[in-house]
Design a protein around this ligand. Structure first.
Ligand SMILES: CC(C)(COP(=O)(O)OP(=O)(O)OC[C@H]1O[C@@H](n2cnc3c(N)ncnc32)[C@H](O)[C@@H]1OP(=O)(O)O)[C@@H](O)C(=O)NCCC(=O)NCCS
Length: 180
């Protein structure tokens, strides 16, 4: 799947992205927001290639599940990842939207632009999406608020455990927001 926006191309990762993938995922400042500790930074190009291959498997298993490189059209640089995937241990097929950037690409609106395009594409297929984050992840919460996802506050997280700041959006809410 390839999605084009004004400034970005959202496209599958390839092995040619391995160095950039490693550069992003070897940084504690990025991965510490993606999962619970202990965090294990990506160690080498083999791991990066395995991470890329895993996305290919995800796409093959269910075409509605996507993890795409956010490529900046003007420079060809991979800014980060945008994804819509099942929540861990989801009992009823619940899915989430997620994002992360290389620190050198923060502050340009790339994730908000990428996520808008991804939601346009995925919400008609999956109906609704969750977006959970650590309660103190202010930059990620700002993205969710800019997108206009419905904010549910900090509450027990049935998928990740503990408490998360949670957002939710349905296909109808998104369509209403896009046509407003
Ligand atoms: C969360 C994260 C993706 C947010 O990145 P971001 O660059 O702030 O988000 P966006 O791409 O939407 O950019 C918005 C910023 O770009 C600015 N911007 C600059 N030019 C812009 C443009 N043309 N259009 C829109 N925004 C623009 C906005 O003002 C905003 O900056 P501000 O927050 O200082 O006001 C990033 O901090 C990150 O990768 N963090 C680590 C991983 C992580 O936390 N992932 C989420 C886990 S839940």
């Amino acid at each position: 799947m390839i999605i084009e926006t004004e400034r970005l191309v959202l496209r599958p990762f390839t092995d040619a992205d391995a160095e950039r993938v490693l550069d992003i995922h070897s940084r504690l400042e990025v991965i510490r927001w993606l999962d619970d500790p202990p965090w294990t930074p990506m160690a080498d190009l083999d791991e990066a290639r395995a991470w890329i291959a895993n996305w290919q498997r995800v796409h093959e298993k269910d075409e509605r599940d996507v993890g795409l490189a956010i490529e900046v059209r003007e420079t060809g640089v991979v800014a980060g990842t945008i994804m819509a995937v099942p929540l861990p241990k989801a009992q009823h097929g619940e899915k989430q939207v997620g994002w992360h950037l290389h620190p050198d690409c923060v502050g340009h609106g790339y994730v908000t632009e990428a996520a808008s395009a991804l939601l346009d594409h995925v919400l008609p297929l999956v109906g609704n999406l969750w977006c959970d984050m650590f309660a103190d992840n202010a930059p990620s919460a700002a993205v969710a608020r800019r997108l206009g996802l419905r904010e549910l506050g900090v509450r027990p997280d049935p998928w990740y455990g503990g408490e998360s700041l949670m957002f939710h959006v349905t296909r109808d809410e998104w369509q209403a927001r896009r046509s407003a």
